[in-house]
Design a protein around this ligand. Structure first.
Ligand code: GLU
Length: 469
């Protein structure tokens, strides 16, 4: 096989949607698997709806997901001369014609066909108009009337369309702008794409596009049309179902590895394996195992994968991810405990980075707020002696002993001395140090908070109990 060349060709009319991202990922993986090239092309011929902001959002989403591109981004709006040259070529060869039918005329013919129960189709009125008229005119592709066009789709299998079914497509509008179906063919042909992998909402366009490749004598790439992503109600995934923007997942504390892995598996399988490193995906990815039917987006599975990737993550990396979330909540991390140690105590329980930042708040709060019911239950007059005993013991231990084991020993001594169980001590201490009864292991919490902060919080709890008493 010649060098594999794939592309992602988003229209910059919004953010990077998870469906678009998955198309990009499939193209990227396919190119990487075959040691080929992955090209990025921005399809901005719809000048009214295309924005720079959206282009930037798409590039940002791609980078966040860790996809690099070998060529581009190319912008269609800058390639209009190339499209026009191709329009001229078809006109000169008698494979396209000028059309001066007015929109009103076309619409009334359309309505008439519909009312007669026929499929609306351009009636070929201007066929043969190869001379440029004096009025602004569209250009249409002269579509063959006979025969069939076959798409041997790598995902969907063979699709055969009767040419008579296909319209003489407008390839350049009367305002001078070439149309999507035309530009895409010229780009894919001149950029020498070998494989076009895209959403199956484009499958209808493919036979028309193949006719145009053939008209130019360009090699036809292989096509693979990937089913859409659906929401739980089996309709196309949209905002109604929750977040659909890639960057919204970053804001919700998802790791790009998790979203990447999730999106690939949603639509492609490799036995029962769920978790893949990027290298494993590059190694294993193929189009044969892309499913023919649409996958349903499952937020719980994505969350499960995210929790997995958080547990697997390097602590330093997690620090750098959690810190901005905490800062955004208004905490000054430099005034609190070492964030790397904080992260270690939370990575087994947090399912998202945002959740990790929520859990981490208590470490950085100057004035701890007690959960009301936890305080009512555990910060009672009889807790005072426990808290006081702990203050006394912790004050007494050296810095070298101020670690998990040293702290555990302190707790053991107190339980023995007072004839209590560990949980009798741990719960009031937990509320005193974290504000609630749910927290990482209490010895770890004390170690991470450090002696000074732990003692201050214990003292505050003692005061709280005595004022209440
Ligand atoms: N620009 C098209 C879209 O965003 C993609 C076209 C293609 O992949 O051929 O839907």
């Amino acid at each position: 096989m010649s060098e594999v060349r794939t592309r992602f060709a988003p229209s910059p009319t919004g953010y990077l949607h998870v469906g678009g991202a998955r198309t990009a990922i499939f193209n990227w993986l396919f190119a990487r698997h075959h040691k080929g090239k992955f090209i990025l092309r921005i399809e901005d011929t719809d000048q009214e709806r295309s924005t720079d902001e959206s282009t930037n959002a798409i590039l940002e989403g791609m980078s966040w997901l860790g996809m690099d591109w070998d060529e581009g981004p190319f912008f269609q709006a800058k390639r209009v001369d190339i499209y026009n040259d191709h329009v001229e070529r078809l006109l000169n060869e008698g494979k396209a014609f000028y059309c001066t039918c007015s929109p009103e005329e076309l619409e009334s013919k359309r309505q008439k066909a519909l009312s007669e129960g026929k499929k609306p189709k351009y009636d070929g009125k201007c066929r043969g108009n190869t001379k440029k008229p004096d009025v602004p005119a569209a250009v249409r592709f002269l579509s063959p009337n006979e025969g069939f066009t076959v798409v041997d789709d790598l995902v969907k299998g063979r699709v055969v369309v009767e040419n008579a079914e296909l319209d003489d497509l407008v390839i350049r509008r009367s305002d001078g702008w070439p149309t999507y179906n035309f530009c895409v063919v010229i780009d894919d042909a001149t950029m020498k794409m070998t494989h076009v992998i895209r959403g199956d909402d484009h499958l209808n366009n493919t036979p028309r596009q193949i006719q145009m490749y053939e008209a130019f004598g360009y090699p036809v790439p292989k096509f693979g049309h990937v089913p859409m992503i659906l929401g739980p109600d089996k309709t196309r995934l949209s905002k109604r179902h929750g977040a659909t923007s890639v960057m919204a997942y970053r804001e919700m504390g998802y790791l790009p590895e998790a979203l990447f892995n999730y999106l690939v598996r949603l639509g492609w399988s490799h036995g029962d394996q769920e978790i893949f490193s990027r290298d494993q995906l590059i190694e294993a990815f193929d189009l044969e195992n892309v499913g023919k039917s649409a996958g349903v987006f499952n937020p719980e599975k994505l969350l499960w994968l995210n929790a997995h990737y958080i547990k697997e993550s390097d602590n330093r990396k997690l620090d750098s991810l959690v810190a901005p979330f905490l800062e955004a909540k208004g905490f000054d991390i430099s005034k609190g405990p070492d964030i790397e140690k904080v992260v270690v105590t939370l990575k087994e329980r947090a399912k998202t980075v945002l959740e990790m930042a929520d859990f981490a708040e208590f470490y950085y709060r100057e004035d701890l707020i007690y959960d009301e019911s936890a305080a009512a239950k555990f910060l009672k007059p009889e807790s005072s002696s426990i808290l006081e005993a702990l203050v006394a013991r912790l004050q007494g231990i050296s810095d070298a002993e101020f670690n998990h084991d040293g702290i555990e020993k302190v707790f053991r001594d107190i339980t023995e001395e007072k004839g209590l169980k560990l949980k009798d001590i741990a719960q009031p201490v937990r509320v005193a140090l974290t504000g609630s009864i749910i927290s990482p292991g209490i010895f770890e919490v004390i170690e991470v908070l450090g002696k000074g902060r732990s003692l201050k919080r214990l003292q505050k709890a003692i005061d709280f109990v005595s004022h209440k008493a």
